[in-house]
Design a protein around this ligand. Structure first.
Ligand code: Z2T
Length: 837
């Protein structure tokens, strides 16, 4: 029975504790063991990649040990658990991160050394796990790291895409997409659970049956696929806790086999099996809108169904009464992508557990929380037509939820039909659809914004009506990033320097301690060492740039970086226009003035969604401008332009520590939070940014003197847009700053070639066409002033270093540990559950 089971588990627990040894000799033995028996190479001859594989398996064994201990401990203590549901996780590489969190970096380095390898080189062999698009997905990864480190009893759930985010190849300045078959060389960080499988059903019909004298709806599905679990251990830092990220892969159902094979068409049955696997095949590379694609909907439901079966099975193992569900289970919706979960839980409780609608609804309203990541109103929508076909029972449930909700609203606000239409979960019209954000807001107990500014906009614009109805639901959880990943892993020089001057490594678990760096603000030795760390990081980056693009850059230049997904609202175009302007200024300067110029290396990187034409043109323009300027011998080291291809987590780990200045240029009111700014801040790079998203809070924290803020403020944006349009009315050319007009004309007239191709790009900022929706024209002057201020500050290296130190010292609030603790205490109501050593 259960007691026996538990006794056995406890016996195992003590046996396994510390089973694997972590001294360099033991590690070496294990590495060689894996070389011989896992990688199947001779222990007398293996290369860097094989050394990586062997070390990865050595680390994996240790992760599994801790994973088991943690989960046995969770099972025994039965805490309330958090289930973090996200369709995207950008984990990047795992080796360094795991080794650091396990606290065995020195031992591993020594073990490798004695075998004739170097840890850094070996770690470089690993490819990225890129199961996500950008900010949202990397945030999920940082939050998993914090959940583990803070000992929370949490599980992550996601999809195991076989193809991650496409790899970006640049051919002649144009972006091309290549599939990222990341599993090609095996993945030592996952554990395949061939016995943890669930059937996921699609299509079919809904029928009404009599059950105990009551009418009951049953869904007779038409197609079944199987979900297989792949577990990815997530180790915490400074704790034995190692939590689980469970990713689902689709495979053909064994049930489906029998039926299909009996029809006699053996070959076609085998071919049809392939269809099941396509569900988890590929990540959608659009970071904002994937509307109306059946495969995407299938992915969402596949994910939701498998995860919830798993969660409910675990709940039922430990509890018998569903009334306990809200005390034991918190389900978190990472954006609207997993919000079909709401309908699925209702279906499970009503159709399968026969709880009755009202009881089920009562439970559902207590278990879901929701974070939105966007400023825009026009969120995710699922066409009813698709749902009707793919998930007929869920559509009925969604209608019922909406009917009840609207009835309640009629009681509260009266028969105001235009208002009711805005609140409705169902959008009527040419394309009837389900508004996933409305669904998530109505059914969640908490709706979180990702920065103060974001929450403000949610309350006053995006979800104004809902805020009026449920003011208490709306909360701010400003994003954060993990200092383990973004300092300890990626900037070891800075890590050592910080620890030396703080006299402790405690800041790795408590980022607020970074403020202690202020005590050394005027210490000359500290300054010297600080500058040295940056210089070494710049050298690494310069080598990479040369290898990547052939451009040689000067280490004395200011490294100015803008890396993020390419979007019109992020205004990479403003950056490029600024570069062209700088080039023009240099060309017009006499020798004397040139001697005073701060040399710049302008670095831009990022992927454009494959179907986003304008974003792709921005990439091409960047290359065209780079080619012109880099080949102008008259300019030399004063200005270099570099596009870093295939920007991803591991490239970020190299680029961010080597940056002097970073740019965050979104038109105020468009970036929900932004997290790149926090990563640069932690690495002592100064920010040149608009007062948008979380940058507003960074300004609060470090003071406006310690970064370069420019551009229209949120409250000014609407006015400026109106002004532009009213200028249009008499068809007079609106006031365009001379410098801006000149730069625009150069691009339009083919100064950088390809003028036909760039025409539509130019039109986005011209009147009568795109009407410069993102206000490049009106922010240009202010942008150039901020750039001039940055140049001026850079000349005074003492001042610059102080600003840099104060940036790191003020970055503590932007640790994902702070975000996660806030969620845990005020939204999820979960407590730490620390596995004993
Ligand atoms: C995404 O990365 C973000 C928002 C999305 O809205 C979708 C994706 Cl894939 C649907 C980003 C935000 O743009 C960014 O401001 C924020 O910092 C990040 O999510 C994490 O919250």
């Amino acid at each position: 029975g259960l007691g026996e089971h538990r006794a056995k588990a406890e016996r195992m627990f003590s046996l396994m504790d510390g089973f694997l040894k972590n001294d360099p000799i033991s590690l070496q033995k294990d590495i060689l063991h894996h070389v011989e028996y896992t990688v199947a190479r001779s222990r007398f001859s293996f290369d860097d990649f094989e050394a990586y594989q062997a070390l990865a398996h050595t680390v994996r064994d240790r992760l599994i040990e801790r994973w088991h201990d943690t989960h046995i401990y969770f099972k025994r203590t039965k805490p309330k658990r958090l289930y973090f549901l996200s369709l995207e996780f950008l984990m990047g590489r795992s080796l360094s991160n795991s080794v650091i969190n396990l606290g065995i970096e020195d031992q591993c380095a020594e073990a490798l050394n004695q075998l004739g390898f170097e840890f850094e080189v070996v770690a470089e062999q690993e490819g990225d796990a890129a199961l996500g698009n950008g900010g949202l997905a990397r945030l999920s990864a940082c939050q998993m790291d914090s959940l583990a480190t803070l000992d929370y009893p949490a599980w992550g759930y996601g999809l195991r895409y076989e193809y991650g985010l496409f790899r970006q190849i640049i051919v002649d300045g144009f972006q091309h997409e290549k599939p990222d078959y990341w599993l090609n060389f095996g993945n030592p960080w996952e554990i395949e659970r061939i016995h943890v499988t669930y059937e996921v059903k699609f299509y079919g019909t809904v029928e009404e049956v009599e059950m105990n004298g009551e009418k009951q709806k049953v869904w007779i599905p038409g197609e079944t696929v199987e979900a297989v679990a792949y577990d990815n251990p997530i180790p915490g830092y400074g704790t034995r806790n190692t939590i689980n990220l469970r990713l689902w892969a689709a495979k053909p159902s064994s049930k489906f086999d029998l039926e299909a094979y009996n029809t006699g068409d053996y070959i076609n049955s085998v071919v049809n099996r392939q269809n099941a696997e396509t569900i988890s095949n590929v990540l959608y590379p659009d970071d904002r809108s994937h509307q109306g694609k059946e495969l995407r909907l299938k992915q969402q439901y596949f994910f939701v169904s498998a995860s919830l079966q798993d969660i409910m099975r675990r709940f039922k193992e430990e509890h018998t009464n569903f009334d306990e569900l809200p005390e034991k289970v918190a389900l978190h919706l990472n954006d609207t992508h997993p919000s079909l979960s709401i309908a699925e839980v209702m279906r499970m409780l009503v159709d399968e557990e026969h709880l009755g609608w009202h009881k089920a609804w009562d439970i559902v309203c207590k278990i879901f929380s929701f974070t939105t990541h966007t400023m825009v109103t026009d969120g995710e929508k699922i066409p009813v037509e698709l749902l009707e076909n793919l998930l007929p029972r869920h559509l009925e449930i969604l209608y019922e939820i909406n009917f009840n909700f609207l009835e309640e609203m009629k009681k509260r606000i009266g028969l105001d039909y235009s208002r009711l239409a805005l609140l409705s979960i169902v959008e009527e019209g040419a394309m009837k659809s389900i508004r996933m954000a409305n669904l998530a807001i109505v059914c969640s107990h908490t709706v979180n914004g990702v920065s103060k500014l974001h929450l403000e906009k949610l309350k006053t614009k995006t979800f104004k009506d809902f805020y009026g109805l449920y003011p208490e639901k709306f909360q701010c959880k400003t994003n954060g990033v993990s200092q383990r990943r973004w300092i300890v892993v990626s900037n070891p020089g800075l890590r050592d320097l910080i620890s030396k001057w703080l006299g402790t490594e405690a800041w790795i678990r408590d980022a607020d301690l970074l403020s202690g760096l202020r005590d050394h603000l005027d210490n000359a030795d500290f300054h010297l060492e600080w500058k040295m760390v940056k210089k070494v990081n710049k050298m690494r980056l310069a080598e990479y740039i040369e290898a990547m693009s052939g451009v040689k850059v000067s280490l004395d230049a200011m490294f100015d970086v803008q890396v993020k997904r390419i979007h019109e609202y992020k205004r990479q175009l403003l950056n490029i226009f600024g570069i062209i302007h700088r080039y023009n200024c240099l060309k017009n300067m006499d020798k004397d003035s040139r001697r005073k110029v701060v040399p710049r290396v302008c670095i831009i990187g990022g992927k454009a969604a494959p179907g986003y034409e304008i974003a792709k043109k921005i990439i091409k323009l960047c290359h065209a401008v780079a080619e012109k300027i880099n080949n102008d011998t008259d300019i030399g080291d004063l200005l270099k332009v570099v596009f870093i291809p295939d920007y991803n987590v591991s490239v970020a780990e190299l680029v961010i520590p080597g940056a002097d200045l970073s740019q965050h240029l979104s038109t105020a009111g468009n970036e929900a939070s932004g997290t790149g700014n926090m990563k640069f801040l932690m690495n002592g790079c100064l920010l040149l940014a608009t007062a948008d998203g979380s940058t507003v809070e960074i300004i609060e924290e470090i003071g406006e003197d310690n970064l370069f803020v420019f551009g229209a403020k949120v409250h000014e944006v609407e006015k400026r847009r109106q002004k532009r349009l009213s200028n249009l009315a008499p068809l007079q050319p609106a006031k365009v700053p001379l410098h801006f007009a000149r730069v625009l004309r150069m691009v339009r007239d083919g100064y950088f070639g390809h003028n036909d191709y760039f025409k539509s790009l130019c039109e986005t900022v011209e009147f009568g066409f795109g009407n410069d929706y993102y206000l490049l024209t009106s922010d240009f002057g202010s942008y150039l002033e901020a750039q001039a201020a940055a140049d001026k500050a850079f000349v005074n290296q003492d001042k610059w270093t102080r600003m840099s130190i104060l940036s790191v010292a003020g970055s503590g609030r932007f640790s994902s540990d702070r975000t996660i603790q806030d969620y845990a205490e005020s939204t999820w109501k979960i407590s730490p559950c620390r596995c004993p050593l």
